[in-house]
Design a protein around this ligand. Sequence first.
Ligand code: PMP
Length: 395
Amino acid sequence: MASAPSLTEAALRRALLEREAAGLRRLRRLVDGPQGPEVVVEGRRLLAFCSNDYLGLAADPRLAEAAARALRRHGTGSGASHLVSGHMRPHHELEEALADFTGRARALVFSTGYMANLGVVGALAGRGDTVVEDRLNHASLLDAARLAGARLRRYPHADAAAAARLLARAQGRRLLVTDGVFSMDGDVAPLAALAETARAHGAWLVVDDAHGLGVVGPGGRGSLEAAGLDAAAAPVLVGTLGKAFGTFGAFVAGSEALVETLIQQARSYIYTTALPPAVAEAAREAVRIAAAEPWRRERLRGLVARFRAGAAALGLPLAPSGTPIQPLIVGEAEAAVRLSRALEARGIWVPAIRPPTVPPGRARLRITLSAAHDEAHVARLLEALAEAWRGCGGG
Ligand code: PMP
């Protein structure tokens, strides 16, 4: 009988070496200075196309000023969870601003998007219930269903008919859960079809629009606005504050009853310290700017169109996406890493995204654009891609 693998330092080191050999070792890079189109990575200035700072707000001085004012007024820490003594005026005002921005009755601030998803799915589904999810949903949504102890059923990407078949066989309470904009692919979920499917099967539709809010839709209200759907179609909306809103944290927006239920039952809300108040104040300023400065979205759309036209002229296999997430599908992990290194040699930073974050054989460069970029930046990216792609045997 084979003995159970033991937990030793040597075993950990061996597993790390195997990961490295397969081109799957995950790396952190040290960044100096603020986020922006140009960042200093381990002493070298690179033009970055990899952050989720879609509106270019992460280093906006108005957000820093809002945070600085709040630091002086409210201090650094919230001191406790919301239900003990940590629910401070900046959290309350941020929630009001988010409810207003999303057009929902209420919003509830969570510490991260990961926790918002664990909290909302766990509060609405448990043992005996069914959570139906897109295969390519964010890891936190898939983890949330597993942690809730619900039956998790996954459908092929963006296939509303397959979702309907799973819901037809579902037991208990039913949730239909999808990313609004898919984080690694940039495409938008078929929300109208999913909303209709959910309605027909007595399920609630949960939309995690982490990558759509602030960016997609005429007013930046996200992929539901773009699809012309209201709160009745998608009663649960999850958003994050660390992407287009340039700060940190997340929220769930919905009805009075939904938010009160989450306050009572979402364990990732109840058992954790509230956000630092200064972060909440910076996020509120970001929400104000996202509504007041539509030019950021217009500029972003122009840059996306310019990039796609340039990439098409070069014959690059971009995934079909109209959002600022523009994946260049490479295939094998090692090839994606080689291409990423070739770009870095030319001063461009786009890390390779590999399995298990994306399916095997679908490794890619996840290129993201931001309103902080300009046309010259996009031209530099295209020029570097043309050379690096040829140098790596593509095209
Ligand atoms: N949902 C989606 C779709 C995401 O892409 C992410 C972040 N990558 C999250 C949730 C988690 O958000 P946070 O980073 O705030 O934990």
